[in-house]
Write a protein that binds this ligand. Structure first.
Ligand code: SF4
Length: 511
């Protein structure tokens, strides 16, 4: 608009595409042009008509075209940045029809690819910006370091980046340093040996070594919380643990489950403790939507009552009594897994330790919250899951003993039990047991071999990606190159990845 009536020697008119020039003009749906005209003609209220804008656009175009004295360039895009075709402005119809329109020079077609453009005189080096020139040199497979250095643009960063990129893009060959093969990391390994192996990080390595590397070696943490409308399964699990612990401590101090408590009393205590635990949690992290928070509270209270009633029956039958909660424990794998596992100590925090007087025995109990609709095989058969590396808590707990001021007792646990709290399963409380004697049979040898494979991977610094269905929920997906074809191929065909995948298919009997 500002250029109307101004003459130019040379004029470039940009954006001669439909919906740009002329722009899109629509009638007002609430006050059509016809109604505006009637208001103006009959009542004298002049309101501008919308579709008249097309004539203004046309006038503007004609004025611009006539204002160029020597040269006129009419520019339009054939495709947008994503390659979708764009319609040419209807103003150019006459120019583009062969033999019609004013006499003109041949069209200049600018290719979309920068590599193709660089051969045009309009894109010769003196016409380019520093950035375009640097990118052009890279695309022509020439080193732009000197240019970057002269213009103070991070030549070293470019050189290192280019070397890494060349290595990563090579399809053939085995895993390299850019695929997570860091080689032995002495500091991490010594710290691990000093404090002992924990089952959960080792399960993480069995799932995906790169996930382990991100979480355990680099200590990365997700910067964004997932936007969950519902209270997540992780939080529900934490809340269940807290309510169970507080309730059991209180009841066990009063002699439960030896002395019976009525269902009404159990329920009343659970409601009070649930309110306290939820208030504590909300004070630190917030409660979210009140309705969902109330549903979560009822779910946790229901599960706790079901677990207490089931435990009461089971403890009377087995003779075990809950004895200690949230206990630090440690042990040595060599005791159960043989000399191959020499020097490997394990440690963990036990949710609950049960004790039996006659015959004397310990039982380790771990609570697991499950959100799914049915029990998975890996939860049902703890021996097989241990051999596959997906559940290492049971075999590790089987060699642990509570540390520090715990009363002396039998040499090791008689059983490790998982108590599943699952609001959607047919039975809300299920148990699965791991017999420590499994360490002595063929299953024990398979478990020992699995632990060795995982520990060797960590010792030698093998942190490649191992993609599978769990990637959809991985917190480190944004730092991972699993979609990069050459990386995926190298990781998929690597012998170390094959041996981890083989572990997942092992079949061992619970006997
Ligand atoms: S997204 Fe998949 S492959 Fe990548 S780190 Fe996570 S689990 Fe591993």
């Amino acid at each position: 608009m500002a250029a109307r009536g101004v003459p130019f020697r040379a004029l470039f008119v940009l954006g001669l595409n439909e919906t740009v020039f002329p722009r899109t003009i629509r009638e007002d749906a609430f006050l059509r042009d016809r109604a505006r005209r009637v208001l103006g003609e009959t009542l004298g209220y002049k309101i501008d008509e919308k579709l008249g804008g097309y004539e203004e656009e046309r006038l503007l175009y004609e004025l611009l075209v006539r204002s160029a004295v020597e040269r006129l360039y009419l520019c339009y895009q054939r495709a947008d940045a994503d390659g979708r075709p764009l319609a040419v402005s209807s103003y150019l119809d006459a120019w583009l029809r062969d033999g019609e329109g004013p006499a003109r020079e041949p069209d200049v077609v600018v290719p979309r690819r920068l590599t193709d453009r660089l051969s045009l005189p309009q894109f010769s080096p003196p016409m380019l910006t520093r950035e375009e020139l640097a990118v052009g040199l890279v695309l022509q497979d020439r080193d732009p370091s000197a240019l970057l250095e002269a213009s103070g643009r991070g030549a070293l960063l470019f050189r290192n980046g280019a070397a890494a990129s060349r290595e990563m893009e090579g399809i053939a060959g085995s895993l390299g340093p850019y695929d997570g093969l860091t080689g032995p990391l002495d500091r991490h390994w010594s710290a691990l040996m000093e404090r002992g192996l924990a089952p959960t990080p080792l399960e993480q390595y069995a799932r995906c070594p790169f996930q382990y590397f991100s979480a355990q070696v680099l200590g990365l943490e997700p910067v964004r919380d997932r936007p969950d409308a519902e209270v997540s399964a992780l939080v529900l699990g934490e809340l269940c643990h807290a309510v169970l612990n507080r309730c059991y401590r209180k009841w066990c101090d009063g002699g439960w489950p030896g002395s019976e408590l009525t269902r009404g009393r159990l329920h009343a205590d659970i409601l009070v403790v649930t309110d306290e635990v939820f208030a504590d949690y909300a004070g630190q992290h917030g409660a979210g939507y009140p309705l969902l928070w109330q549903i979560a509270k009822e779910t946790v209270a229901d599960l706790t009552l079901a677990a207490a009633l089931a435990d009461e029956r089971e403890c009377r039958a087995s003779g075990f009594r809950p004895d200690a909660f949230e206990v630090e424990a440690e042990g040595a794998l060599e005791q159960a897994g043989g000399p191959d596992l020499k020097g490997l100590r394990v440690h963990g925090r036990l949710d609950r330790v049960d004790r039996r007087e006659t015959p004397p025995g310990l039982r380790i109990v771990d609570y697991k919250y499950r959100h799914g609709s049915r029990m998975k095989d890996e939860d049902r058969s703890l021996v097989q899951s241990a051999a596959r590396g997906t559940r290492l808590q049971p075999p590790f707990y089987a060699v642990m003993r509570p540390c520090g001021g715990q009363p002396a007792g039998p040499p090791g646990p008689a059983a490790v039990e998982f108590i599943f709290l699952a609001p959607r399963w047919e039975s809300k409380v299920e148990r699965a047991s791991f017999d420590p004697a499994a360490w002595t049979g063929p299953a024990g040898r398979a478990i020992a071999q699995t632990v060795l494979t995982l520990v060797d991977g960590i010792r030698h610094g093998q942190y490649f990606v191992l993609p599978d269905g769990y990637c959809d929920h991985c917190e480190f997906a944004s730092a991972c190159r699993r979609f990069h074809g050459p990386t995926w191929w190298r990781a998929h065909t690597a012998p170390a990845a094959r041996s981890l995948r083989r572990l997942r298919k092992q079949k061992v009997s619970d006997e």
